[in-house]
Design a protein around this ligand. Structure first.
Ligand SMILES: [Mg+2]
Length: 385
């Protein structure tokens, strides 16, 4: 028997050098919640969560969920996941509380799902370390490498779209074979001009994806999608506004011959199920660090497989590579190679998976296999007690 002894939570919130605009908002800070789950065997699992408000998610981990798992065997990932998730079901929440802390009672469910994700990822890291096997193998081990795509093309305040050519040919020069361009902020015609510059810069052999970040209504999305068909765009991500992302997506899928990608804004397998069944998506980019962790993510991957939907998890490549490489429908993982956009990718790790020829290479290190740079952690992370 191995038992969980303690859960530590750290919040990282660093300003970016400049704002990175997407369809309807700007990214001005890089944030991260790091979860360390300590066991009485001396093994420490490290998880990661991406959610807002940061302090609320961290507080849920520390005060509401940690008391539910301390003293339990960390390898019982499903049992612990179910126990944590029960707190989102108001009538039974009071029965599962052991801490006396106030439970969400139906409010803040996305934040609870995010908090579960951070803990669950740490538990899988522990399970791997205790078994002496890497998590990608524990989850199925379909392959040990997975393609990585480069995301860029954020809108600058004083944009010259010719700059996109240099940015994206730079990604190709770094070895990336797949790239993703931001869209949805301009008119369909305006954004098509940006995509044209990128396609010309990368040539015909590099896969080009477009992410509208929920920026358009259905008919603008259809108009944009039909323009993108001319550029052989291989995925059209979150084309419609948040409030119509089931029927609206289905309408876009009916009129556009580009696979529709969605899922990063969902926080349950049921939400992704509805996107598949009723939104007619072809690719899901569910994010295990935003909600649910690897326990939820692997069910979503299997659900997707049964519907011929590809699994291409959003962001956090060092974690998602393990799941995408483990399953037969794993397509790729996402990276923001621009260090101004994602400074933590450059700085936060003492060890992380290598990227070779546009693929992330997973090795045999037990667990998730990355090591945080504790010197950097000491400078940028604040512990939540
Ligand atoms: Mg997106």
């Amino acid at each position: 028997m191995v038992t969980i002894r303690d859960v530590e939570v750290f919040v990282i919130d660093v300003p970016l050098q400049r704002p990175f605009h997407m369809a309807s908002r700007a990214i001005t800070r890089q944030t991260e919640i790091i979860v360390k789950v300590h066991t009485d065997a001396g093994v420490v699992g490290i998880g990661s969560a991406h959610g807002t408000p940061l302090e609320r998610v961290a507080e849920i981990i520390k005060k509401e969920l940690a008391p539910l798992i301390i003293g339990e065997d960390p390898r019982n990932t499903e049992r612990l996941w179910q126990r944590m998730f029960q707190t989102t079901c108001a009538p039974r929440a009071a029965n599962t509380a052991t801490s006396g802390a106030s439970l969400p009672k139906g409010l803040g469910r996305p934040q609870v799902a995010c908090a579960i994700g951070g803990i669950d990822i740490a538990l899988w890291d522990i399970a791997g370390q205790l078994s002496g096997r890497p998590v990608w193998q524990l989850l199925g081990g379909c392959r040990s490498r997975i393609p990585v795509y480069a995301t860029g093309g954020y809108y600058a305040e004083d944009e010259d779209i010719k700059d996109l050519a240099g940015e994206f040919s730079g990604y190709v020069a770094q070895g990336y074979r797949e790239v993703k361009l931001k869209a949805g902020r301009l008119s369909p015609e305006g954004d098509f001009e940006r995509a044209k510059v990128v396609r010309e810069a990368i040539g015909p052999d590099i896969a080009l994806y477009v992410d509208a970040s929920q920026g358009w209504d259905v008919w603008d999305a259809v108009r944009a999608g039909r323009l993108y068909e001319q550029l052989d765009v291989a995925w059209f991500e979150e084309p419609v506004h948040w409030y119509d992302d089931i029927s609206g997506l289905a309408q876009v899928a009916r009129h556009v011959r580009i696979p529709i990608t969605s899922g990063e804004s969902e926080f349950t397998k049921q939400g992704v199920r509805d996107l598949i069944l009723h939104g007619h998506i072809a690719i899901t980019n569910y994010d295990c660090t935003k909600a649910g962790g690897l326990t939820e993510g692997r069910k979503i991957a299997a659900l997707a497989e049964a519907h011929n939907v590809r699994f291409a998890p959003h962001h956090a490549a060092h974690i998602h590579a393990h799941l995408a490489a483990a399953v037969p429908n794993g397509m790729n993982v996402e990276l923001h190679p621009d260090p101004q956009r994602d400074p933590l990718w450059e700085r936060l790790f003492e060890k992380k998976p290598a990227i070779e020829g546009g693929e992330m290479v997973l090795d045999d290190t037990p667990g998730l296999g990355y090591i945080l740079d504790e010197g950097v952690m000491a400078r940028v992370a604040t512990e939540v007690r």
